[in-house]
Design a protein around this ligand. Structure first.
Ligand code: FES
Length: 114
């Protein structure tokens, strides 16, 4: 059994180990659950971003979307979200997509939930 922690509370935040650093393999989108929350890992131009999995518009599953040019596109109504700040594309008025920091460390892939 591995003695390394998989979940570390840091004040009101939690740092959670998702798995090995190569967890996504060759995939661009990977649904995961961390801290009981359904999330989505997105590989974009050499970085990995974590986002809530349900679209803030009508809850579509963003794991069926596409990542193109730094944006995550919702499969239902095709709004897209900036992977830097979660902001939604022009013409839409709902809230931004929630994003979470991801750390690629020697002991695996970690996410910081607030
Ligand atoms: S459900 Fe995602 S844009 Fe409408």
């Amino acid at each position: 059994m591995c003695g390394k922690p998989i979940w570390v509370a840091e004040g009101r935040r939690a740092r959670i180990r998702l798995g090995p650093a190569d967890l996504l393999g060759g995939r661009t989108l990977l649904p995961v659950v961390a801290g009981g929350q359904p999330l989505l890992l997105v590989r974009d131009a050499g970085r990995i971003v974590a986002a809530e999995r349900a679209c803030p518009h009508e809850g579509a599953d963003l794991s069926h979307g596409q990542c193109v040019g730094g944006r995550l596109r919702c499969p239902r109504h095709l709004a897209s979200f900036d992977l830097e700040d979660g902001s939604v594309s022009l013409g839409w008025s709902f809230r931004a997509l929630r994003l979470y920091p991801v750390e690629i460390a020697s002991d695996g892939l970690w996410i910081m939930l607030t």
